[in-house]
Design a protein around this ligand. Structure first.
Ligand code: SAM
Length: 248
């Protein structure tokens, strides 16, 4: 019967495209892609030509019913995103949920994922971790989110883009303290791959000092809060700062 394949693509280095990913794309009736131009180029690189269907943030709801109909009619489909694993800070959740609800097999073709790639080289505890994806764009919401994470004991994984990396590091210093160990993984698997480790304060300084360290795509990994008093002190400071805002 027809299957919906969720296919990971590289996060940079094209050598990370798996043979099974290529076979699956070749065998699919159509490939659902976040950005069809981008995916057409990727497929062309591997000599694959398949019909492409756009499935992105803005049309996912509208497309899902149609795609489920095609699957029910017996056509196997593949879903890819622009980079890495679909559904990880990328579209696809609604399609997968609808396909499962319709009794259609959904099968993964695993591969690169920036969060896991970064975690695997960070040297921070990896037995338990929390993937936080992108922080809110607005400063207030971002600070609030970080404040609520200050006492989280698991290793924290964030995605970040070039234009917000400095602000996010600054807000993390405030929320988690200057000394909290962290790792900044930039441009993984690409030409300018850089993995910096240090305290949040040090990372903020290195990024501020070197414009090259502000370019590209980032995963930021932050050690979890110790179960000692630190987290409580920081939480206390946060509450105090919040209260102070309301004092005359
Ligand atoms: N689905 C993707 C995955 O599996 O990692 C993530 C897509 S999300 C829209 C894009 C974000 O992933 C970037 O802003 C960056 O935080 C992270 N990212 C993607 N590729 C990366 C790379 N080569 N190095 C570091 N971070 C990367």
């Amino acid at each position: 019967s027809a299957t919906l394949y969720i296919v990971a693509t590289p996060i940079g280095h094209l050598g990370d495209m798996s043979p099974r990913a290529l076979d699956t794309l070749r065998g699919a009736a159509a490939v659902c892609a976040e950005d069809t131009r981008h995916t057409r180029q990727l497929l062309a690189h591997f000599g694959i030509e398949r019909p492409l269907l756009a499935l992105h943030q803005h049309n996912e709801d509208a497309q899902v019913a149609q795609l489920v109909q095609r699957l029910l009619a017996g056509e196997s489909l593949a879903l890819v995103s622009d980079a890495g694993t679909p559904l990880v800070s990328d579209p696809g959740f609604r399609l997968v949920r609808a396909a499962r609800a319709a009794g259609i097999p959904v099968s993964p073709v695993p591969g690169a994922c920036a969060a896991i790639a970064a975690l695997s080289v960070a040297g921070l505890a990896s037995d338990r971790f929390a993937f936080e994806g992108f922080l809110p764009a607005k400063a207030g919401a971002r600070r609030e989110r970080l404040a609520r994470l200050a006492s989280e004991p698991r290793t924290l994984i964030f995605y970040e883009s070039a234009h917000r990396i400095e602000e996010s590091l600054a807000d993390m210093v405030t929320a988690f303290g200057t000394d909290r160990p962290a790792v900044l993984a930039r441009e993984l698997t690409k030409l300018f791959e850089t993995v910096l480790d240090g305290s949040l304060g040090e990372l903020r300084e290195r990024v501020a000092a070197d414009p090259n360290q502000r370019k590209g795509e980032f995963v930021l990994i932050v050690e979890g809060a110790g179960d000692d008093a630190d987290a409580k002190i920081i939480e206390g400071r946060r509450l105090y700062a919040k209260l102070a805002e309301h004092l005359p």
